[in-house]
Design a protein around this ligand. Structure first.
Ligand SMILES: C[S@@+](CC[C@H](N)C(=O)[O-])C[C@H]1O[C@@H](n2cnc3c(N)ncnc32)[C@H](O)[C@@H]1O
Length: 346
């Protein structure tokens, strides 16, 4: 193997130093940058070794591991061979250092070998197969671990750290735009209630960026709740967010929330009476549900007419969050409940 000289750089200083070495053309771009617990090892071109700033850095010699610049799919194919490479997925989801695959039945008898190949090429600590999507009241995923054992990871998204175990709680990667929208809302001084908080999907971006004074985040599944509580701390939001373990219909209180998030689909309307009890007159509900595309407006009207009375609300906007099934989409409607609606006095 080719030998190369590396600049040994403390990990905490590595970002700007490596950028500078790259920008100024010191780095051998055909060799890999190495790392251990405390240091990064940056391969330096031999002809630049005598120049500042490299000449005053600590330098060590080692084997050059060449940087394989081929697409991962090609490298996975090389490990698995031509037959398997024709049937393995060309897409995958990454959650930090965990990879999630959807395998067809024809791959199943080779799943361990496939998991190992994806782990090796993608540098993942674990690889899981998404077997049957999510199900039940808690939207629990059904995953099989193909490679590795540690399936807890951190997804970094738009300034938020979401820690969770991919085999225990769901994460809807298709809802990114809605999580981003929660970050952009203007909730200055508001009290917000997230009735279906999960691990903090909407709670965390809203609490961090929208200016809300207080966010109550209710979650019924103890496993999700544990991650919610941890994520609130890890994102520095303990002063703003109060996590609550339990069923949102059992929350006490009336007319305390300026805004309520109802990030749940298919049975959401069953939770509207509880939401309307807790919403302040004139408050806003972000109401999620799934509808046939051509029935969306009629169904929304039926649901809110029944809950608030015909003139008791105003639909401010409706957006598609994502496609859910053929001709069915997941929507979110922003609905203002009028102060004068008849049932407000309940
Ligand atoms: C997984 S989230 C839905 C998806 C999420 N909005 C997103 O963007 O990914 C729904 C959460 O509501 C929780 N949940 C279901 N019923 C509940 C209830 N009655 N009270 C509180 N939480 C509930 C589930 O456990 C789940 O964690």
């Amino acid at each position: 193997m080719k030998r190369v000289t590396f600049a040994k750089i403390r990990s905490e200083d590595a970002g700007p130093v490596i950028r500078r070495l790259m920008d100024e053309g010191f780095v051998d771009v055909h060799a890999k940058i190495g790392k251990d617990g405390s240091y990064r090892y940056v391969p330096i071109l031999p002809e630049r070794l005598g120049e500042e700033p490299v000449s005053s850095m600590e330098l060590v010699e080692g084997d050059a591991h060449t940087l394989d610049r081929r697409p991962p799919q090609e490298r996975i194919g090389e490990i698995l061979g031509p037959e398997l490479s024709r049937i393995v997925p060309s897409k995958w989801e990454t959650v930090g250092d965990v990879v999630i695959l959807r395998l067809g039945p024809e791959c199943w008898s080779h799943r361990r070998e496939i998991g190992r190949a994806y782990a090796e090429v993608l540098g993942a600590k674990s690889v899981c197969a998404d077997v049957r999507g999510v199900s039940g009241e808690f939207r629990k995923p059904s995953m099989e671990v193909l490679y590795g054992s540690d399936t807890e990871s951190v997804r970094l998204e738009n300034g938020i750290r979401y820690r969770f175990d991919v085999t225990k709680v769901m994460f809807a990667s298709g809802n990114t735009d809605e999580r981003m929208r929660m970050r952009r809302l203007d909730c200055c001084g508001e009290t917000v209630l997230d009735m279906f908080a999960g691990i903090g999907y909407f709670t965390l971006p809203l609490a961090k960026f929208s200016g809300a004074r207080r966010v109550f985040a209710c979650e019924k599944n103890p496993e999700s709740y544990a991650y919610l509580a941890r994520n609130i701390k890890d994102n520095g939001l303990a002063d703003v967010v109060i996590p609550i373990l339990g069923d949102n219909r059992d929350l006490p209180g009336r007319a305390f929330a300026d805004r309520i998030l109802m990030g749940y689909v298919q049975t959401t309307s069953e939770f509207l009476p509880a939401a309307l009890r807790m919403l302040k007159p004139g408050g806003i509900i972000h109401y999620h549900d799934t509808f046939y595309v051509n029935e969306r407006d009629r169904r929304l009207e039926e649901i809110f007419d029944a809950a608030c009375g015909k003139d008791g609300y105003e639909v401010l906007s409706v957006r598609e969050v994502k496609s859910f099934a053929p001709s069915v989409s997941h929507y979110v409607a922003d609905v203002r409940v009028r102060p004068s609606r008849p049932s407000c006095s309940r």
